[in-house]
Design a protein around this ligand. Structure first.
Ligand code: NAP
Ligand code: MG
Length: 493
C-alpha cells in the first residue's frame, strides 16, 4: 500500500451531508480545525444548529418510514456495505492522510485505522445476509411462535476524536446493516473524516437521507440529538461525564442507548510472563495514539520479583520513541489532539508528582525540530504508584503510564477491580490457572491474555462494565443493539 505523505496545502471547506445534499449551516456559521502537529489550518466546517439537526432527522425518519432502506432486500444493504469497504480501501492514501492530520496520529496508524474500519463494513455486509429469527413450534400443539428482528429506526451517532473513523464505523456498519437510518455528529476536532465517510456511504448507494452528517458543538447539537423525540436510539462513544448527560437526555422518549465510555485499564504482568513480549505489550498498550485510547493500558501492575528487569527493558523501549510530523513515516508518536488535552496531561503529571509517585521518564514537552509548534508531550512513566492515587484512578488520556507493584494473584485482582471503570484488562502469564482465574475475576468487558489492544479477533463484542458504559459493539451483539425483537404468537384452530 502506498502512503500519501504530503501535507495538505490548501485549507478545505467542508459541508454537512443532509438528505443527500451538501449544505452549510442554516445560520451560515462555521468553525475551524487546526493540525495539532504544527498549528496550521486544516479545514472549515459548518457550525450546525438545532434547525439543521431537525432537517437531517426528518430526512432519516422519512427514508426509514418509507422502507427504502429498512425494508430493502438484504442483498441491497449487503452490496452497499461491501462497496463502502471497497471504496475505503481504494481511497486509503487520501483518507489516511486526512486522518493523520486531523488527529495527529502517525500515518501508518491512520492507514491501519482505515483498514480496520473497512473490515467492519465487510463483516456486517456478511451478517446482513444472515439475519434471521426463531420459530417455536413444539411448546404447545396448537400455537406457533415467531421471533423477528426489526431495525430500531433513526439512530443518532455521536463519536469522539481519538479513533474517529473506527469508532464511527463500529456504529454505522451495524446500524445500516440492520436497516436503520443515521444522523451522525462527529467531534468538532475530527469532523473531516466523518464527512468523507458520509460521502463514501452515499456514493456506495445508500438512499438520500439514509446517512446524514451534521457538524457542530456537542453540548448544543449533540445534546439536542440525545433529547430529540424523533431519534429512536443514540450510539455514543466519549467520556463518562458526557455519557451520563446523554443517558439522562435520552430518557425524554426512552431511547435505546449504547455508551462506550472511559477506562483505566490494568495491564498485569505476572512473574512467569514472557517478559520481552509483555514489555512490548505494555509499551503499545499505553503509547498507541499518544495514550488517547479509551482502553489504554494506563495502569501497569508488575509482580515484584520481575519488576527491575521489566522496568529496565520498558525504559529502553520508551527511549526509542520518535516524535514528529505524523506524515513522516519514521514518526512513531504524534502530538495529543489539542491544547486542552495537553493541559490535562500536564495537570495530571503535576498531581502525580504532588501525590508522591516517582517520575522516571518524560514529564515535559519536547523541544526542538519544530515540536514546540504542536501539542507534543513526552512518553511519561510514573513508578511507585499506589492504586488510590489520582493517577491510578482517573483517566488521563495521554502518554502517561502508572506503574504499580504486587505480590500475589489476590493483590493483582484487588488492584484490577479497584476502579470505577471496567472497560478492558490484560494478563501476562504462561500459567493457565492464573490466566483463567484472573480473566474470570476481572470486572471488565474485555480481558486479553498475553496480548494488548487485540489478540487478532476483531469482531468480538466490545463494551464496558461499571462506568465504562452499557451495551456492546461489534459481533452479532453489536448488531442486536440496532434491532427490536418482536414476538408473534399464532393460535392454530
Ligand atoms: P467527549 O467530550 O465525551 O465527546 C464525545 C462526543 O460527544 C463528541 O462528539 C462531543 O462533541 C459530544 N458531546 C459533548 N458534549 C455533549 C453533550 N452534552 N451531549 C451530546 N454529545 C456531546 O469525549 P472526547 O473528548 O471526544 O473523547 C475523550 C473521551 O472519550 C475519553 O474520556 C475516552 O475515554 C472516551 N472514549 C471512550 C471510548 C470507548 O470506546 N469506550 C473510545 C474513545 C474515547 P464535541 O467534541 O464537538 O464537543
Ligand atoms: Mg470533549
Amino acid at each position: 500500500m502506498t502512503t500519501d505523505t504530503k501535507p495538505q496545502t490548501e485549507t478545505r471547506t467542508f459541508q454537512m451531508l443532509i438528505d443527500g445534499q451538501w449544505v452549510g449551516a442554516k445560520s451560515g456559521e462555521t468553525f475551524e480545525r487546526i493540525n495539532p502537529a504544527n498549528g496550521s489550518l486544516l479545514g472549515t466546517f459548518p457550525y450546525g444548529g438545532n434547525d439543521d439537526v431537525d432537517v437531517a432527522v426528518d430526512a432519516a425518519r422519512r427514508v426509514f418510514d418509507e422502507g427504502k432502506w429498512s425494508e430493502a432486500p438484504a442483498k441491497q444493504r449487503h452490496d452497499v456495505l461491501r462497496k463502502v469497504a471497497e471504496k475505503m480501501r481504494a481511497e486509503m492514501p487520501q483518507l489516511g492522510n486526512l486522518l493523520a492530520q486531523e488527529v495527529g496520529k502517525p500515518i501508518g496508524m491512520a492507514m491501519a485505522e482505515i483498514s480496520m474500519a473497512a473490515d467492519v463494513y465487510e463483516y456486517y455486509a456478511g451478517v446482513t445476509l444472515d439475519l434471521k429469527g426463531e420459530a417455536i413450534t413444539q411448546f404447545v400443539p396448537d400455537a406457533v411462535g415467531l421471533t423477528v428482528h426489526e431495525p430500531v429506526g433513526v439512530v443518532g451517532v455521536i463519536t469522539p476524536w481519538n479513533f474517529p473513523v473506527l469508532l464511527l464505523s463500529w456504529k454505522l456498519a451495524p446500524a445500516l446493516a440492520a436497516g436503520c437510518t443515521v444522523v451522525a455528529k462527529p467531534a468538532q476536532l475530527t469532523s473531516a473524516t466523518t464527512i468523507e465517510l458520509g460521502r463514501i456511504i452515499q456514493e456506495a448507494g445508500a438512499p438520500d437521507g439514509a446517512m446524514n452528517v451534521v457538524t457542530g458543538s456537542g453540548s448544543k447539537i449533540g445534546q439536542y440529538m440525545a433529547e430529540h423525540p424523533k431519534i429512536d436510539k443514540i450510539a455514543f462513544t466519549g467520556s463518562t461525564e458526557v455519557g451520563k448527560t446523554v443517558m439522562q437526555a435520552a430518557s425524554s422518549n426512552v431511547k435505546k442507548i449504547s455508551l462506550e465510555l472511559g477506562g483505566k485499564s490494568p495491564n498485569i504482568i505476572f512473574a512467569d510472563a514472557n517478559i520481552d513480549a509483555a514489555v512490548a505489550g505494555a509499551f503499545f498498550g499505553i503509547y498507541l495514539n499518544s495514550g488517547q485510547v479509551c482502553q489504554a493500558g494506563s495502569r501497569l501492575p508488575v509482580h515484584e520479583s520481575v519488576k527491575d528487569e521489566f522496568m529496565e527493558k520498558l525504559l529502553g523501549f520508551t527511549k526509542t520513541v520518535k516524535m514528529g510530523d505524523p506524515l513522516d513515516p519514521t514518526t512513531t508518536m504524534g502530538p495529543v489532539v489539542d491544547q486542552n488535552q495537553l493541559a490535562t496531561v500536564e495537570r495530571y503529571v503535576a498531581v502525580g508528582n504532588d501525590e508522591g509517585a516517582k517520575l522516571i521518564v518524560g514529564g515535559s514537552r519536547p523541544e526542538g525540530n519544530g515540536l514546540e509548534n504542536g501539542f507534543f508531550y513526552e512518553p511519561t512513566i510514573f513508578d511507585g504508584v499506589v492504586n488510590d492515587m489520582t493517577i491510578a484512578q482517573e483517566e488521563i488520556f495521554g502518554p502517561v503510564l502508572s506503574v504499580l507493584t504486587f505480590k500475589d494473584m489476590d493483590e493483582a485482582l484487588r488492584i484490577a477491580n479497584d476502579s470505577m471503570y471496567g472497560l478492558a484488562a490484560a494478563v501476562w502469564t504462561k500459567d493457565l490457572n492464573t490466566a483463567l482465574k484472573m480473566a474470570k475475576g476481572i470486572k471488565a468487558g474485555t480481558v486479553w491474555v498475553n496480548a494488548y489492544h487485540q489478540a487478532g479477533m476483531p469482531f468480538m463484542p466490545y463494551g464496558g462494565y461499571k462506568q465504562s458504559g452499557t451495551g456492546r459493539e461489534l459481533g452479532r451483539q453489536g448488531l442486536e443493539e440496532y434491532m427490536e425483537t418482536k414476538a408473534i404468537q399464532i393460535k392454530l384452530n
